[in-house]
Unconditional design. Structure first.
Length: 126
């Protein structure tokens, strides 16, 4: 049996809990990319931000997801855009989410996604 002289069980339990919480928070941030249905998880994360703004938040999120995939060719920019939408409910790209070399492309990405975004948000679903 191993005994810890200077560490008590509550201290070890506390350290373990902190480490587990930190790891869970980090894994949760982009866990949806590894799920079997990343589109469904994206909509699940996005929809709460759309409630109150739109009558059908799931369809708005679904539409934004589909247009981002179809319109943004660069994978880093596309993932950052999808992350911004799912975390904030609006097309957003934080500069630290993408490599420094691709940061000048953010403006062009928003120009490319502007019309589809407005269509998703303001035109009635077919």
């Amino acid at each position: 049996m191993i005994r810890f002289r200077s560490w008590s069980s509550p201290v070890l339990a506390g350290i373990f809990a902190i480490m587990a919480t930190a790891n869970a928070a980090q894994a949760q941030s982009w866990a949806w990319k590894k799920l079997p249905d990343p589109r469904g998880e994206f909509v699940r994360l996005c929809a709460p931000h759309m409630v109150g703004r739109w009558a059908h938040p799931e369809s708005v999120c679904s539409c934004l997801h589909d247009h981002a995939l179809a319109t943004v060719e660069d994978s880093d920019l596309r993932e950052a855009l999808l992350r911004g939408i799912s975390e904030r409910g609006v097309p957003t790209i934080e500069t630290e989410w993408i490599p420094a070399a691709k940061r000048p492309l953010i403006s062009a990405t928003f120009s490319r996604i502007a019309k589809p975004t407005l269509q998703c948000m303001f035109e009635p679903a077919p």
